[in-house]
Design a protein around this ligand. Structure first.
Ligand SMILES: C[S@@+](CC[C@H](N)C(=O)[O-])C[C@H]1O[C@@H](n2cnc3c(N)ncnc32)[C@H](O)[C@@H]1O
Length: 305
């Protein structure tokens, strides 16, 4: 789940290759352009086997954005079934040398707020309302609502009307904005580690007239706050230990009787995370829904627990 992949320049700063020089490939899948830094291996059917850079304009142009969201990260996820992703049978079956992408390239790297020229309007539906928001390259799912996020938003029950609500990893804000639209009396904490994401969420909240959204880096959230609901499409690509640390930081801060809803790809370890949250955090977690290749997990803090 996942994608911050809008760059039109490769890391060397050169423009992406002239697409006219790119040979067409069977099955209509994109061919790796000569200076593309990602590994879109023409011999491997998706889901892709290798780490993918967020800088492949070739893949983006060809509508592979969602596919890039679905692939596993460089960080091993031992909870994912080993057979889920096809891998080259031998190095010779893949002509492209896998480039190991540091996980920081996916979402960890802080980046400044998008400039006026970088922001793009997007018309879409949030909480049943037609809205216009702004997104920008260099953040997760700049093209609109990510498909895993859409599944979460479709499947969750209505949030509490009041209290503090949390979106872990807000990106440009689809989840936090939905919470704020649905529960105007609540305070919605939109947390992210990049200024670019926080700025977009802040702007989008202002555009929609939502005065109940607070954007914050994780350490800016008051330590004594507890949450009446948590909704998140968490940054699974930061790797299992970091995801566990993230979940261990926020999920225990549910108020008694409150629920968290998380959307996680089945092949990115959703069931393993559900077991881990239940066993290690002591918070009962179950599958609330399954749609396409995603699970929506519900974590509950029992009343009196
Ligand atoms: C899968 S994206 C979801 C973004 C947005 N909620 C959406 O649904 O489009 C995960 C987000 O988590 C953010 N993130 C990464 N590490 C984080 C951390 N340690 N704490 C909070 N957010 C983090 C990323 O910057 C990214 O915006």
């Amino acid at each position: 789940m996942t994608s911050s992949r809008s760059a039109s320049l490769n890391p060397s700063g050169r423009a992406a290759a002239n697409s006219a020089s790119i040979p067409r490939r069977r099955l209509g899948r994109p061919t790796r352009s000569p200076d593309c830094t990602c590994c879109v291996c023409p011999l491997i059917a998706p889901p892709l086997a290798h780490p993918v850079s967020n800088t492949c304009s070739n893949a983006v142009k060809r509508g592979w954005g969602q596919l890039l969201d679905d692939i596993p990260t460089t960080s091993p996820d031992t909870t994912a079934p080993a057979t889920t992703h096809r891998r080259p049978a031998s190095p010779r079956s893949c002509p492209v040398t896998p480039r190991v992408i540091p996980v920081t390239e996916h979402y960890f790297t802080d980046s400044p707020a998008a400039t006026d020229a970088e922001r793009r309007p997007r018309q879409l539906t949030l909480a049943g309302r037609e809205v216009t928001v702004e997104t920008a390259g260099g953040i997760f799912s700049p093209g609109g609502v990510d498909k895993a996020t859409a599944i979460l938003l479709d499947e969750v029950p209505a949030p509490p009307a009041a209290g503090d609500l949390l979106d872990i990893g807000c990106g440009w804000g689809p989840i936090a904005l939905s919470l704020a639209l649905l529960s105007p009396e609540a305070t919605v904490w939109a947390v992210d580690v990049t200024e670019r994401a926080l700025d977009l969420t802040r702007r989008n909240a202002a555009t929609l007239g939502l005065t109940n959204v607070r954007t914050a880096r994780p350490d800016e959230v008051p330590a004594d706050l507890a949450f009446a609901a948590i909704w998140s499409n968490p940054p699974i690509r930061i790797g299992k230990p970091a995801v566990q640390e993230l979940l261990g930081t926020w999920l225990p801060r549910l108020t008694q009787g409150a629920d968290a809803h998380l959307v996680i790809g089945k092949n990115l370890g959703a069931d393993g995370y559900a077991r881990w949250i239940t066993d290690e955090l002591g918070l009962p977690t179950e599958r609330a829904a399954t749609s396409k290749s995603f699970r929506v997990l519900r974590t509950s803090r029992p009343a009196g627990g």
